[in-house]
Design a protein around this ligand. Structure first.
Ligand SMILES: Nc1nc2c(c(=O)[nH]1)N[C@H]1C(S)=C(S)[C@@H](COP(=O)(O)OP(=O)(O)OC[C@H]3O[C@@H](n4cnc5c(=O)[nH]c(N)nc54)[C@H](O)[C@@H]3O)O[C@H]1N2
Ligand SMILES: Nc1nc2c(c(=O)[nH]1)N[C@H]1C(S)=C(S)[C@@H](COP(=O)(O)OP(=O)(O)OC[C@H]3O[C@@H](n4cnc5c(=O)[nH]c(N)nc54)[C@H](O)[C@@H]3O)O[C@H]1N2
Ligand SMILES: [Mo]
Length: 759
């Protein structure tokens, strides 16, 4: 389906860039900010971004350095904040003009461009427009619908990782006090595989390294990640690694700009000159080949140990801190070169070169993101990367460890606060004891199971706090039908998106304050807290006059809904929580381990770091040790005439929201309906650059999915791969195509054929 207003200028293609950032990036950010937010709001937000007393940048979860320059933000963070600080407004007149069907025909970009939501709206049963509704009536309506359900498990509460710790804690408390663990979140589609894999291997689903570790590592392997676009400030950290003599290796099907070279826009040297070479080695891997790569690296390490016993493996560490070594090593020794070369598309010498680099490095860190987690065997790949680090004791010491690089600025914090459909019993017990109730124990729905439940009529109310579930999820058509089957859909949002237009019989839009908005409650000015990718917890305080006087904060919305649904006077002081978020933090301190004395510690400049048990030599696994895992080798085998499609972010989008149709670093301008393919594959398929094709995938049950009219772009990507943008291609990812264990949709591993269209 194409939207009525999809903005396609003429497609223009230039060669992909090697260098990321530098002055152009700063100019692009300022242009975007000034046109959307104007000079005053731009100054108020950008100058406060990531400062000690300022706004946590919602652009990504990369941590802030201890000594921050005045401009500790990046082009894309600045664009993201400007998008929230926009002066455009969606009013009741707007909704009177545009029917729900009209909105459903619009593009993601058009919807976002309409600006900030300003007052609560309702679409009543049978109506074709949203109309205004008072907050009070909205809460009553929602509470009545919730209480009318046959079971609390017919409701689900989705969150996106923008939500603060305070709001996340209250949302999961409300859901559990209401009686359900149905708390799917964007993490299910994102780093769930990291949580699953690290949880099994190390007992905790989080990374172990800090920025300081990255700076002093001898080798940083960046796998399945595009930091130049998605975590630009990470490049400053890698620049530091290089300056200290460390090496960087990139493993990716695409030669992504920032991975190759970086010009630091915050340093005079970055503005002139060629910038820093980032990757010492680049392995252009086939999508889904990483498990094979790491198994072979592990075999090569074992071989090297055999050749020079006692010089390669960290025997003391393996003996004292791990289990499973024998079985793992027997398995890995049987890995064959022919399979690995097939799976990776790499040359043997490239893999041997990387193994030599590993042998020459005492301190190694592996960083990864969606190129690993969104594959059928993503969890196994993560366990294999842990095996790789364990072999040489690269864990729990300076300059070494695991670094899953998170996406949303507080996605890690939301999990810590209990946003998970499968929180451990110890957490549920602590929560119940604190608030005098018994939390339900039955596991809830994750995102994929949630769609199945709505599709099959087992879930009737969907409430999304932040995010754009309809566009984020796989199998767009199936997901849309599932939401349309609901009795009631509710979105707590800052901006308009497709999840407001694809709705249930009754629908509510509840507009809320964003991270940059000032938040004043009965108890005075409030701040919220977040946890970044490296477990640093700190405060974020908005500065802007709110987009409308009718907005409520997320904390206020959840608290008022809870009072209306659960009744007044229970053991949970919702009204007090709304008035003073410090009281919420007091309770978090008593329920969530690591948050003792929360209010005092978060008041210190820069906040505090949650301790990692692993860095203290403790592994919260059943055996108390780190686990060497035995993983069956798996990779994606494509039938002749097919390619592996991976769906990525362009340089100018934030998740489901494209800002323009350009992807500057990849040299693509004017259209997002493109598919990038290696020229040799194009020749084999009988296609040429600029041909127009449909992308077709086949679901496990044999049914076909189709995305129409994509322009082919010859691109220096790995053989056998195709690359297109998310969310336009989510329609191709079958709901049942998920990663083992984590249930994450396989957004990076969709087998497709390209069908030429008659011109
Ligand atoms: N500006 C901006 N910043 C963002 C976001 C945004 O949309 N815009 N989103 C945020 C969020 S929620 C997240 S999760 C992160 C996402 O950050 P990334 O994971 O960097 O995002 P993707 O665009 O999905 O890129 C995946 C990368 O993995 C590579 N890849 C794909 N398949 C494979 C594979 O099989 N093996 C290997 N080795 N590589 C592979 C792709 O070529 C690409 O470089 O970014 C966060 N930051
Ligand atoms: N094909 C494909 N699909 C993917 C991915 C992929 O790589 N490929 N990546 C997956 C990943 S990693 C993720 S994280 C998900 C992202 O999924 P989501 O997190 O659900 O999507 P976003 O696009 O980040 O949500 C944007 C909306 O959030 C709302 N919002 C923004 N800020 C706030 C706020 O402060 N408060 C509130 N209440 N609302 C706010 C706005 O209304 C905005 O329209 O998508 C997943 N889907
Ligand atoms: Mo994400």
């Amino acid at each position: 389906m194409r939207s009525s207003d999809e903005v396609d200028d003429d497609l223009e293609i230039s060669p992909p860039k090697e260098v990321a950032a530098g002055v152009t990036a700063v100019r692009h950010a300022m242009e975007y900010a000034l046109t959307h937010a104007g000079p005053r709001r731009t100054a108020l937000t950008l100058l406060k971004l990531n400062q000690v007393d300022g706004i946590d940048c919602p652009g990504c979860a990369w941590p802030d350095p201890a000594h921050r320059p005045a401009n500790e933000y990046c082009e894309n963070g600045a664009k993201h904040v400007a998008d929230e600080a926009t002066t455009a407004r969606v009013t009741r007149e707007f909704f009177a003009t545009h029917s729900v069907d009209d909105l459903a025909g619009r593009s993601d970009r058009w919807l976002n461009d309409q600006g900030r939501l300003t007052e609560p709206m309702v679409k009543r049963s049978g109506a074709d427009h949203y109309e205004p509704i008072g907050w009070d009536e909205a809460f009553s309506l929602l509470a009545e619908e919730l209480n009318a359900l046959a079971s609390p498990d017919e409701a689900m509460f989705y969150t996106s990782g923008r939500v603060s710790n305070e709001a996340a804690f209250l949302l999961q408390l409300f859901a559990r006090a209401f009686g359900t663990n149905n708390l799917p979140d964007c993490s299910n589609m994102c780093h769930e595989s990291s949580g699953s894999g690290l949880g099994e291997s190390l007992g905790i689903g989080k990374g172990t390294v800090s920025l300081a570790d990255l700076h002093v590592a001898d080798l940083v392997v960046v796998v399945g990640q595009n930091p130049g676009t998605n975590h630009p400030r990470m490049l400053s950290a890698l620049e530091q690694t290089k300056r200290n003599g460390g090496k960087v290796v990139a493993v990716n099907p695409l030669p992504e700009a920032g991975l190759l070279r970086f010009k630091n826009p915050q340093k005079p040297r970055g503005v002139v000159g060629r910038g820093t070479e980032i990757a010492d080695q680049f392995l252009k891997i086939r999508p889904g080949g990483d498990l094979a790569l790491f198994q072979m690296l592990n075999r090569l390490l074992l071989d090297a140990e055999d050749a020079a016993p006692g010089t390669v493996l960290d025997h003391d560490f393996i003996a004292s801190d791990t289990t499973g070594f024998e079985e793992f090593s027997r398995h890995v020794r049987s890995v064959e070169w022919s399979d690995v070369l097939d799976a990776t598309g790499l040359r043997r010498e490239e893999i041997e070169e990387l193994a030599d680099r590993v042998l020459a490095s005492r301190r190694v860190i592996v960083c990864w993101a969606m190129g690993i987690t969104q594959h059928r065997h993503g969890v196994a790949t993560i366990r294999e990367m842990v095996n790789f680090l364990l072999l040489r004791g690269n864990l729990g010491r300076e300059g070494a460890g695991v670094c899953p690089v998170r996406g949303h600025s507080n996605v890690q914090g939301d999990r810590t606060m209990g946003i998970w459909e499968r929180m451990p019993q110890t957490f549920l017990d602590a929560l119940g004891a604190e608030f005098s109730f018994t939390a339900p124990t039955r596991h809830g729905y994750d995102s994929v199971d949630g769609v199945r439940a709505m599709r099959d009529g087992r879930a009737r109310i969907f409430m999304g706090v932040a995010g754009n579930f309809v566009r984020a999820m796989s199998d767009s058509d199936v997901t849309e039908q599932a939401l349309r089957r609901c009795r009631l859909t509710v979105q707590v949002s800052t901006k308009l998106n497709r999840s407001h237009a694809v709705c249930g019989e009754v629908a509510l839009v509840l507009p809320t304050l964003g991270r940059s908005d000032r938040d004043v409650q009965a108890g005075g000015d409030q701040f919220v807290t977040v946890e970044d990718s490296m477990s640093e917890v700190h405060a974020s305080r908005g500065r802007l006059e709110p987009a409308s006087p009718d907005l409520l904060s997320e904390v206020a919305i959840i608290s008022r809904l809870a009072r209306r649904t659960l009744g007044e006077g229970g053991a949970i002081p919702w009204e007090d929580f709304e008035g003073d978020y410090g009281l919420v933090r007091d309770r978090i301190a008593r329920v969530v381990p690591g948050f003792e004395d929360f209010n005092r510690r978060v008041a210190e400049p820069g906040g505090f770091r949650l301790p990692s048990p692993i860095n203290a030599g403790r592994y919260p696994t059943p055996s108390g040790k780190a686990v060497f895992a035995r993983n069956e080798l798996d990779w994606i085998v494509t039938p002749p005439g097919h390619l592996v499609l991976q769906t990525v972010r362009s340089h100018d989008q934030w998740n489901t929201i494209p800002y323009t149709s350009n992807d500057r670093y990849r040299g693509i301008h004017g259209s997002r309906r493109v598919v990038m393919v290696n020229p040799d594959d194009l020749a084999e398929l009988g296609l040429a650059d600029r041909d127009v094709v449909d992308l077709v995938s086949v679901a496990p049950d044999g049914s076909e999915r189709r995305a129409e009219e994509f322009t082919v772009v010859a691109y220096p990507s790995a053989r056998g791969s195709a690359t297109s943008y998310y969310p336009e291609t989510n329609v191709l990812v079958p709901l049942d195509s998920v990663a083992a264990v984590s249930n994450t949709p396989t957004f990076k591993g969709v087998i497709v054929r390209l069908e030429a269209r008659a011109r």
